[in-house]
Design a protein around this ligand. Structure first.
Ligand code: ITT
Length: 206
């Protein structure tokens, strides 16, 4: 793969960091904030009812403005005991203005409210959908999921979002207690990025 420029269509610096760490070997990685022309774009409304729909909305809107290849990430957490919530509302689950603290507090409160207090009742997964676009056209879509469970109180200082509450299957530590490298080796985003890299190797871009 030659070193082309890839714009990560996100305002979430944690996502950009995780994605850039993996893709920097292949791409010159930028994010939406690196493009002055993006200032003309109002907040992109994520009106879809799936990660795929919202990642597509972000990828198309951004690639209509920036000249480079664009990769959008839509991701979130699904809890079995909450019928898949917070799902596409993960970023703002605890209300607006959003914060990880409010989201995590609401998640613990909701799981307690429905009586899901044992590890067996607290099954959950992170999902990530990545959409590659250029010039307003979708080129490809990649997804990844990571199964695990939600613990009773936050542990760890790394990562972002729900990481201090999520223990991946076969692990005892939360995502926030693992290094970024270990998290990425098993995470929803890491798995989707692996598919993206394999796709780029099979489909060299102009
Ligand atoms: P952009 O739309 O600008 O990309 P965002 O943070 O609003 O930023 P999403 O709409 O995709 O992005 O919401 C993703 C939310 O899901 C994120 O804010 C976290 O609350 C949660 N999330 C996703 N991936 C996560 C991860 O790896 N670790 C912890 N929480 C994660």
């Amino acid at each position: 793969m030659s070193q082309k420029t890839l714009c990560i269509a996100t305002r979430n610096q944690h996502k950009t960091q995780e994605i850039a760490s993996v893709l920097a070997a292949y791409w010159v990685v930028k994010c939406s904030a690196d493009y002055p022309e993006m200032e003309q774009l109002e907040d992109i409304e994520e009106t879809g009812d799936s990660f795929q729909a919202n990642a597509t909305i972000k990828a198309i809107a951004t690639s209509q403005i920036v000249p480079d290849y664009v990769l959008a990430d839509d991701s979130g957490l699904e809890c079995d005991a909450l019928d898949g919530a917070p799902g596409v509302f993960s970023a703002r689950y605890g209300g607006i203005p959003s914060s990880a603290e409010k989201n995590n507090a609401k998640l613990l409160q909701e799981l307690a409210r429905v009586g899901a207090m044992t590890p067996e009742q607290r099954g959950a997964r992170f999902r990530c959908v990545l959409v590659l676009a250029k010039g307003g056209e979708v080129l490809a879509t990649f997804d990844g999921a990571c199964e695990g469970k939600i613990i009773l109180e936050p542990r760890g200082l790394h990562g972002f979002g729900y990481d201090p509450l999520f223990v991946p299957r076969t692990y005892t530590r939360t995502f926030a207690q693992l290094t970024e490298k270990t998290k990425t080796s098993l995470s929803h985003r890491g798995l989707a990025l692996k598919k993206f890299i394999e796709w780029c190797q099979a489909n060299p871009l102009e």
